[in-house]
Design a protein around this ligand. Structure first.
Ligand SMILES: C[C@@]1(CC(=O)O)c2cc3[nH]c(cc4nc(cc5[nH]c(cc(n2)[C@H]1CCC(=O)O)[C@@](C)(CC(=O)O)[C@@H]5CCC(=O)O)C(CC(=O)O)=C4CCC(=O)O)c(CCC(=O)O)c3CC(=O)O
Ligand SMILES: NC(=O)C1=CN([C@@H]2O[C@H](COP(=O)(O)OP(=O)(O)OC[C@H]3O[C@@H](n4cnc5c(N)ncnc54)[C@H](O)[C@@H]3O)[C@@H](O)[C@H]2O)C=CC1
Length: 226
């Protein structure tokens, strides 16, 4: 079969929320940047290995309680070939070490993030707001990480903890609607109508019961096309 690869050439990034639970991920370096990357990896359930001669105090405590495996030494060539990780983060404060590790990671078919040379990265880490399964991410294509952070700080308060519970409730109603409305077009029309601004305001105010009642009223009023 003759397969043609079509497209490519655009220099904007593809947004993706990745499942990494149980996958082996390696962070090289144990400083402030490593700490940020490691925490998001641990939250997502990665099997984390950190390779660094020194750790921040917080990472040291976490390593001591078994949150991740700490290889307490400088990065050594050959390690990534043996471990074959899924994701590799090069965050040493040494450009040569990061470059060498990135090259080896790529040879081992891992996806690589290089903290001091964005041009060598397969992906960037966005700023994020998480409320359980709800996840909002912000990126600038590497142009201004400080802007990503500042916007994240400004948006935090617009997403109260109730968001996590709310999407769990929506998921339950969604399952019910799959039975009530058999066609995908009707379900799409229903949710576009039901998730109104009023509902969003109720959720933001933590009034989840009231918001759910309004959605359930919308179910009664909804007239499917098919
Ligand atoms: C390309 C990318 C690669 C990657 O790391 O994935 C990258 C690269 C670099 N960052 C640098 C600096 C800073 N990074 C931050 C903060 C964050 N950086 C993050 C991501 C990313 N940073 C990716 C692009 C994301 C995007 O597209 O916007 C965040 C969002 C996520 C996270 O790291 O977890 C996290 C905020 C988390 C939060 O709080 O919400 C701050 C602000 C601060 O710390 O206050 C500064 C100082 C100010 C400044 O320089 O802007 C430098 C120069 C280093 C140097 O000068 O030595 C490089 C290298 C270069 O640009 O050459
Ligand atoms: N991408 C990003 O978000 C950012 C990237 N940076 C860049 O990231 C790098 C790290 O910054 P910080 O974490 O603030 O530095 P840091 O000084 O807090 O930590 C450096 C870490 O690298 C480790 N290290 C040094 N040599 C090593 C080796 N051979 N093998 C393994 N680990 C080694 C040290 O033990 C230490 O844990 C710098 O190059 C900095 O320019 C800085 C800020 C943000």
């Amino acid at each position: 079969m003759n397969v043609q690869v079509i497209g490519g050439g655009m220099s904007v990034q593809y947004p993706i929320h990745m499942e990494i639970a149980g996958r082996v991920c390696v962070v090289i370096g144990g400083g402030r940047v490593a700490e940020r990357k490691a925490h998001v990896l641990l939250q997502a359930g990665a099997h984390l290995i950190v390779i660094a001669p020194t750790l921040t105090n917080l990472l040291y405590q976490e390593a001591s309680t078994g949150c991740f495996f700490w290889l307490a030494q400088p990065y050594e060539a050959g390690f990534l070939q043996r471990v074959r990780p899924f994701l590799v983060f090069c965050t040493a404060d040494n450009r040569k070490v990061n470059r060498m590790a990135a090259e080896e990671a790529r040879a081992a078919h891992a996806l690589v993030n290089v903290a001091d040379e964005p041009g060598l990265s397969d992906f960037f880490v966005p700023a994020s707001i998480r409320r359980d399964r709800f996840l909002l991410t912000i990126g600038t294509g590497g142009l201004s990480p400080a802007f990503s952070r500042s916007l994240r700080e400004q948006l935090e308060q617009a997403f109260p903890p109730a968001f996590g519970l709310w999407i769990e409730r929506l998921s339950a109603i969604r399952q019910e609607m799959k039975e009530k409305l058999p066609t995908s077009d009707d379900r799409q029309a229903f949710w576009r109508m039901a998730l109104s601004r009023d509902i969003m305001e109720l959720v933001k105010a933590g009034r989840l019961n009231r918001a759910e009642v309004m959605i359930r009223h919308a179910i009664i009023d909804f007239r499917p096309k098919s």
